[in-house]
Design a protein around this ligand. Structure first.
Ligand SMILES: Cc1cc2nc3c(=O)[nH]c(=O)nc-3n(C[C@H](O)[C@H](O)[C@H](O)COP(=O)(O)OP(=O)(O)OC[C@H]3O[C@@H](n4cnc5c(N)ncnc54)[C@H](O)[C@@H]3O)c2cc1C
Length: 397
């Protein structure tokens, strides 16, 4: 067992840390207040190769491994969750699913521009009436010659207003008795006539990024854009979550680290009862919990990343990493506010933004109630992963 990072992984970590700490940290509060994404973020992440970090060079990606993807997400979310959300949806949900399930032609047409950052991707699964109960989605796709015609609405979609393409899962068959077998996935060009979209305003967190809705009214999508077979959409979407959740786990680990660092700095400076509050044992207890949870969250995602590198199925490990890291990141941000006292209640310090941002990750990419059900079903022996028709490729140097 080797717990060390390779030279290459350290380089990625440093490059992403430099980008987020030097270029984004100084301006993020302003954009969080404005509730807008800073316009340079997506082009710059593309230019640095972050958007296609783990996509093979053959498809114009940076050709790094899955652990590098996790390290990048940790560094991004240590500055702001909206940066990591980009990786979750553009890279995790959209690009990596195309890489796993797409045909060679689809990879050349869609994955190459996504990996380069020339095009931006999203993953559109949730609907106004169906989130956790995903098999119950109502957007339809009706076959008409060489097209499918899509009708319905997707809701709470990250990067809805930035994306060029979206991986979209819809219902293509009715009443077969097995609702998960009635779904099919497509890569949809969002400039197609009949697509309308917009942002949701008044969000608690991820304010420096887009979360929105996408409406499909008689949208013609060529059969050539179908990802996987008809009826395979549930499996395609669950594969997408195995990658999206991994980025969420790694990112939430970065948020724990940021809350810890802010707490240590403040606790060493702030004095109460004649000494720095860092010398009060109840404050030390909060800091000790953050430090331990950071280590544990990092080990969980690195193990999942290692399994991905080896080409091993990691649904269970990725779900556990997501559940633990997101729960502990919310806890760390909350305790960081407590350590900052009244100052933590103001946006003069970052910790209030950490708390608002950490809240969403407990809900999205499968709420933590759903992660608990997944863990219980493995533990009770009710669930075993079957081989997929298209497996996620192992890392090849
Ligand atoms: C900031 C943000 C970004 C998002 N980005 C995307 C995106 O890019 N793409 C996308 O498709 N979706 C996205 N989502 C949507 C997200 O995935 C859903 O919100 C999530 O799956 C939960 O669905 P829901 O909100 O409909 O809640 P519901 O499914 O209605 O659940 C409500 C509550 O009931 C609980 N619950 C449901 N079923 C059970 C059960 N069986 N047992 C116990 N408890 C249960 C849930 O855990 C939750 O607490 C995003 C959401 C947010 C907040």
């Amino acid at each position: 067992m080797n717990f060390g990072l390779t030279e290459e992984q350290r380089m990625v970590q440093k490059m992403v840390r430099d980008f987020s700490q030097k270029e984004v940290a100084p301006i993020i509060q302003e954009y969080d207040r404005k509730q807008e994404m800073a316009p340079f973020i997506l082009p710059r992440m593309g230019e640095l190769g972050i958007l296609g970090i783990c996509i093979p060079e053959k498809y114009s990606g940076a050709g790094m491994d899955y652990i590098s993807l996790g390290l990048a997400c940790e560094e991004l979310e240590a500055v702001d969750t909206t940066l990591r959300v980009v990786m979750s949806v553009h890279t995790g949900l959209c690009s990596m699913t195309l890489w796993q399930w797409g045909s060679e032609e689809q990879k050349q047409k869609f994955l190459v521009p996504l990996a380069r950052g020339d095009k931006i991707g999203a993953g559109a699964f949730t609907e106004p009436g169906a989130g956790s109960d995903f098999a119950n989605i109502q957007t339809t796709g009706k076959r008409d010659g060489e097209d499918y015609i899509l009708n319905g609405e997707k809701m709470w979609i990250s990067l809805a207003s930035n994306a060029d393409y979206a991986l979209v899962t819809v219902r293509t068959q009715k009443d077969t008795g097995k609702s998960s077998g009635e779904l099919t996935s497509f890569i949809v060009d969002l400039s197609t006539p009949g697509v309308t979209r917009g942002d949701i305003h008044g969000k608690l967190g991820v304010r420096a990024g887009s979360t929105g809705w996408i409406n499909f009214q008689d949208v013609r999508v060529p059969v050539a854009n179908r990802i996987g077979e008809e009826g395979e959409g549930f499996k395609v979407t669950m594969s997408a979550f195995d990658n999206g959740r991994y980025t969420v786990a790694a990112g939430a680990t970065g948020l724990i680290r940021a809350a810890l660092e802010a707490s240590v700095n403040y606790a060493n400076e702030r004095k109460a009862f004649g000494k720095p509050i860092a010398q009060h044992q109840l404050i030390q207890s909060k800091i000790a919990h953050m430090a331990l949870n950071y280590e544990a969250a990092q080990l969980l995602y690195l193990k999942a990343g290692w399994m991905k590198n080896e080409g091993q199925r990691n649904t269970k490990e990725t779900s556990a990493a997501k559940w633990f890291a997101t729960e502990k990141s919310f806890e760390a941000a909350n305790e960081a506010i407590q350590i900052h006292g009244a100052y933590g209640f103001s946006d003069e310090y970052n910790v209030e933004r950490y708390l608002r941002n950490a809240r969403g990750a407990v809900i999205y990419e499968g709420s933590n109630e759903i992660q608990q059900l997944i863990q219980a079903s493995y533990a009770l022996g009710e669930r075993q992963d079957k081989a997929l028709r298209m497996e996620m490729p192992a890392y090849e140097e």
